[in-house]
Write a protein that binds this ligand. Structure first.
Ligand code: GSN
Length: 232
């Protein structure tokens, strides 16, 4: 039997969380090597397998894969979560890229300067409700199926549920004007593999708290104001 994929990352959500979600949705068991300090990260870099001296890295099928999108695409394609043809793939990519834009804003939000926190918070909610969620609401409505693309679960659906839950953590009730998204969330959350991932004790990482934020800053030597950079 092939070895389980091995995920190398910091002990937090960050960019690896979508990889955890996608593997869970694919029903793939995996191991995690989670470092906690800058020194441990340095040692991983010295190991020579991080192409850009950056994580996430996933060791899988004899490869040391880096770059989050490359990793996600590989998993999506391998486990039949990436559409049935090129056009479906393009649509999945279009959906997923928007979701990643929103996901990145939420991921970087805790790194906001204190005086910019409220402004950034408002910005994310405005973007979620005015730009991104209307696209997925309309997409589900017009497609008329239980899925965003095609007639089976895809990477786009998995990524959508992840980002819906992340946005709800910022503001509960954020889906109130989006009935299709509410329905989608309820339905997809009950898929057995996803339901399992949503249970306590699964490899899903908790919401970033102050302690894990400080640890992430140290391990990655993250600059003080990292919010606006990816927003520009
Ligand atoms: O998507 C990707 O995997 C890459 N384009 C970016 C990866 C990245 O920025 N990784 C960070 C940690 S994850 N948080 O953002 C990283 O390894 N930073 C250390 C460094 O020297 O860049």
């Amino acid at each position: 039997m092939a070895a389980k994929p091995k995920l190398y990352y910091f002990d937090g959500r960050g960019r690896m969380e979508s990889v955890r979600w996608l593997l869970a949705a694919a029903g793939v068991e995996y191991e995690e090597v989670l470092f906690k300090t800058a020194e441990e990260f340095e040692n991983l870099i010295k190991g020579g397998n991080l192409m850009y001296q950056q994580v996430p890295m996933v060791e899988m099928d004899g490869m040391y894969m880096v770059q989050t999108r490359a990793i996600l695409k590989y998993i999506a394609a391998k486990y039949d979560l990436y559409g049935k043809d090129l056009k479906e793939r393009a649509l999945i990519d279009m959906y997923v890229e928007g979701m990643r834009d929103l996901n990145d804003m939420i991921m970087f939000f805790p790194f906001s300067l204190p005086e910019e926190k409220q402004k950034n918070f408002n910005y994310i909610l405005e973007r979620a409700t005015q730009r991104f969620f209307p696209v997925y609401e309309k997409g589900l409505k017009e497609h008329g199926k239980n899925y965003l693309v095609g007639n089976q679960l895809s990477w786009a659906d998995v990524q959508l549920l992840e980002v819906i839950l992340m946005t709800e953590e910022l503001k509960s009730g954020i889906l109130s004007a989006f009935p299709k998204l509410q329905e989608f969330k309820a339905r997809v959350s009950k898929f057995p593999r996803i339901q399992k991932f949503l249970q306590p004790g699964s490899p899903r990482k908790p919401l970033t708290d102050d302690a894990s934020l400080e640890a992430a800053k140290k391990a990655f030597k993250i600059a003080k104001n990292s919010f606006l950079k990816p927003m520009s």
